[in-house]
Ligand binder design. Sequence first.
Ligand SMILES: [Zn+2]
Length: 390
Amino acid sequence: MVDSLLAWLLLPLGVVLGWALAKRMPQPEQQSLSTEQLGGLLSHLAGDDPDQAIAALTQAVEIDQSTAELHLTLGNLFRKRGEMDRAMRVHETLLARPALNPQLQNQVRFELAQDYLKAGLMDRAEQMFQDLAAQGLFVTAALEQLVAVYEQGRDWKQAMQAARQLEAAKGESKRAVIAQYYCEMADEARRAKNNAEALKLVRKALDTDKDCVRGSLLLGTLSEAEGDFDLAAKSYRRAFDQDARYLPEMLIPLQRVSEKLGAMDDFVTFLADAKQVSTSSLPLVVEAKMMRQEGIDSMSHLSTSLETRPTRAVLVEFLDVLEKRPEVIAAGLDKPAASLRQALLKLIETSSRYQCSNCGFNPRQLFWHCPSCKQWGQIAPVDDGLGPKA
Ligand SMILES: [Zn+2]
């Protein structure tokens, strides 16, 4: 703690000392920051009085390249430390200098725009990044920041436009992200009960990125709501073909629409295929539940499943079957089995069911935009295996 506090305090001091050394003891007439002012600046930083240090810094009569760089470095340091008022004050003071050369002026504008973004002054950040990009300055970085501004404001149309500009500037595809924006818009239309608009948007998502799992799942949900069970079944299956990890998102919906279509034979075939492709235990659980519905004893199936794919979901189903068996009831073991099943259900409920492949974040619900690393489409369901995680 003391070490980190010391580092906190010494960093700005180091910046100023580094700056002074880089000047290699200039002659007094060449200095834009007088020896006296530099001394004042150092003592304020050493005394952990950054506001006085800023005042000393801004008293420099003349701004040359190195004094301006000192402003920039200190301002950025304040931003990194989350001291946004101070960061903005340093950068704004520097920008107000009439004699600042254009190159430095642009650099300060870029830094100030980042201050605004971090301080949550989104309108100002947006305007400044837009101006910079329009003038061909810091284009890639400004567009990346603009995308972040629009994503934060859930302004998907603007985010899409900025992503397309970024695509052109960087020469790198942004299709997957643009498809996610279409899905966001489709989801908003669905919540507003405008299914026709939502369907149009989700089709655009899939046209933009044919591998968009979210688009397929959403097309399934929307088609199902419209009573188009055939398209719904195709869409749910497409989601699995696109990425087998999303099986837990599509399996029960596919079962539901297969029942409505009277196509349970196809569903049984799908379960058999899914077991080959996916490591999830969910097809085994669904098979066991279907056996029970048909009055078939699923105990042997579940015992084998517990050996091949031991997961909490299989164990819950196993206990549910076990506690209803006459010999278990006769032995008075049905209640302990039920207690164990309830405890497992609680554990499943409170466990993380998803993981971000980019940052490792473990949410309990599916986010298409990772709240931790802000990447799109990286969070997927994970197996609830009983053994230690691989
Ligand atoms: Zn993440």
